[in-house]
Design a binder for this molecule. Sequence first.
Ligand code: ACO
Length: 325
Amino acid sequence: MSVVRSVVRGSGSYLPSRIVTNDELAGMVDTSDDWIVQRTGIRERRIAATGEVTSDLALHAARGALKAAGLEPQAIDLIVLATATPDNTFPASAVTVQASLGITKGAAFDMQAVCSGFVFALSTADSLLRTGGFARALVIGAETFSRIIDWKDRGTCVIFGDGAGAVVLEATPSSGTHQDRGVLATRIHSDGRYKEKLYVDGGPSSTGTVGCLRMEGREVFRHAVQMITGAVEEVLADTGFTAADIDWFVPHQANKRIIDACAHKLGLGPEKIVHTVERHGNTSAASIPLAIDEAVLDGRIKPGDLVMVEAMGGGFTWGAALIRW
Ligand code: ACO
């Protein structure tokens, strides 16, 4: 059976140059390097420069992905940018990236699913490539969470960082078997009963302000492992693979303890896990494509590998996707 698959042609990423260490944060709030490393695994994070906005980070990552794919911007007719920290309330930051790349055709829009944004964007772009008449998509995760952090709240300011990552997907005729390259299956979920566990206390329609991130960390932790492993198991069941078949597990980099607990529950060995949280912190929708690009560039992820990505975040939202690289 001939089907269309969304095949990854290249990846790119970008981190702002400014590194903020745990010790620097310990000078601002009552915390310590030991506490942060023990509870989260994070040692440092990047913070965007004054005037450096989400679409700037996204543009760097997009250019990197296009270069890796060997494509000119004009080859792209779809941009899906996952972000909870857009440059402006509107227009979508995706159209700023589109204009900066000189693309005037196709569609560009933002996807808002907080930390799960990249998985939601990947799933949406995959659907549009397979059925919507689009040829090639840039799927980007880009965030400047430093702009919505309460820098006096030690429970949240130690966790998040800024960055961006991107992949180019191309609609490709395929045999329809699970040996095909491309996105093999995706699952996305949300449950708004939990919306107050992780939210921003402002917005255009409520306060008219941007607001700050608020989180019940323990509650997020309590739900994360079950939701994430559930989505991964669904994707495995959809494709007939088992956890043992996964070559690389590229989780949303929320917290080392959540990642390790999920991997343990799924029976995945530490050698299969891509970790960047130690150096990037939690970059929300950017964390998966940032981790993917790092593992592609250092030679871990190779064509033909089975790559499982997963995420969980505010909403709650959660999901997973299995990709043959
Ligand atoms: N430094 C020192 N002490 C701190 C800090 C800090 N940075 N933050 C909180 N504490 C204190 C608290 O005030 C509390 O003190 P108390 O006992 O005197 O009241 C104590 O540490 C324990 O606080 P808890 O919030 O219960 O700490 P916990 O062990 O749950 O760790 C953490 C907090 C790291 C946030 C944890 O709950 C967690 O990892 N949750 C998951 C949240 C997460 O990953 N969010 C990312 C966004 S969502 C996502 O991406 C999936």
